[in-house]
Design a protein around this ligand. Sequence first.
Ligand SMILES: Nc1ncnc2c1ncn2[C@@H]1O[C@H](COP(=O)(O)OP(=O)(O)OP(=O)(O)O)[C@@H](O)[C@H]1O
Ligand SMILES: [Mg+2]
Length: 390
Amino acid sequence: MSEADPNAPSRERPAVTRLKLTGFRNYAHLDLALDARPVALFGPNGAGKTNLVEAVSFLGPGRGVRAAGSDAVRRRTPAGPDPVWGVYAEAMTVDGSVSLATGSDPAEPSRRKTKLDGAAATQSALARLFPMLWLTPREDRLWAGSRSDRMRFFDRLVLAGAPDHGAEANAYEKAQRERQRLLDREQDGGRADPSWLDALEAKMAAAGTAMAAARLNALARLQAEIDARPDTAFPKADLALEGVVEARLAEGVSAAEAETGFLEALRKARPRDGAAGRALTGPHRTELTARHREKDQPAADCSTGEQKALVLGLALAQGAAIARARGAAPVLILDEACAHLDVARREGLAEALIDLNAQAWLTGVEAGLFEVFGPSVQRFMVEDGRAGPV
Ligand SMILES: Nc1ncnc2c1ncn2[C@@H]1O[C@H](COP(=O)(O)OP(=O)(O)OP(=O)(O)O)[C@@H](O)[C@H]1O
Ligand SMILES: [Mg+2]
């Protein structure tokens, strides 16, 4: 399944080859040399394994596996917080070797600044060069958890294959926030400039339709990948998106028509959204549903282990779908993925990762969890803010 689309150029897969941390979480300093193989980090609770993969997640777009800001990751010591923090990496990407640096902005330490080969990096450039997927213990509760967490997870899957998805989502959210501010003002008896409202709704309609189209496209590719995969240790999911704009596009209307329809709906909904204090319709309200195919039941009704295996299966299938479309698999961060997996499923994971040919970052409390991976992974022992190869 890891064979790339013959029409897609085969590219160097993204991989970190050197990672340096300064004043990041519980690391004073760290300097690791790596190759492109998957990475297994093991060590006791509280050693710094999740912190290390969080640093790796900072090399991609967004705020990383813990959605943390600059001040949260700055190393705290009994003597006070370190003045600066930084993550520096040398990495192979689809465009060749690059250096990536992110850290506190010297001019404004509460802000984070990211540089690609020494120049300011946009989120879209990071998403294109360094696509990344992650699963953390938080995603174990994905199916039974909140709709917004589920969509955030799905939007990250979409972003890894469609680098502009994040920029569209940001543009949509920004316009939505500004529109709501105007509607709230009207509720309070003030007056909102109708042409300004028109302009914001036009932005929401354009970005929202692009978002919905990217989601549908990603869903179709992902479902096709799942359907084509041989039966593995990971159960197959049947996925669906329930959203107003997605539904119109799925019916086959053109993007232009869907955008116009959404724009009209927004205009009509002004009084209702003003009274509600939020926009009640649009792609920010879309829901992702999943069913466990073999058991024919909603994912949320499955056992903890089954739910975890479903979400792991999704991430692996999306990795394969991206490898097929873009010629290289994304970096995968699988924090504690092995924790509740029996030996057969760990073997299945090892096979899937070898097949995918991705640099996956795996963590676990014991070296024994990674025995099934044999020489296909590079191992590092993590202890008390230090890490070294074993
Ligand atoms: N800003 C910070 N400065 C200093 N230490 C921090 C900071 N943020 C978190 N820590 C500490 O880093 C330590 C390691 O955390 P981390 O989550 O990486 O552990 P872990 O190895 O993943 O453990 P587990 O196996 O329990 O998941 C924790 O003790 C935590 O309190
Ligand atoms: Mg951890």
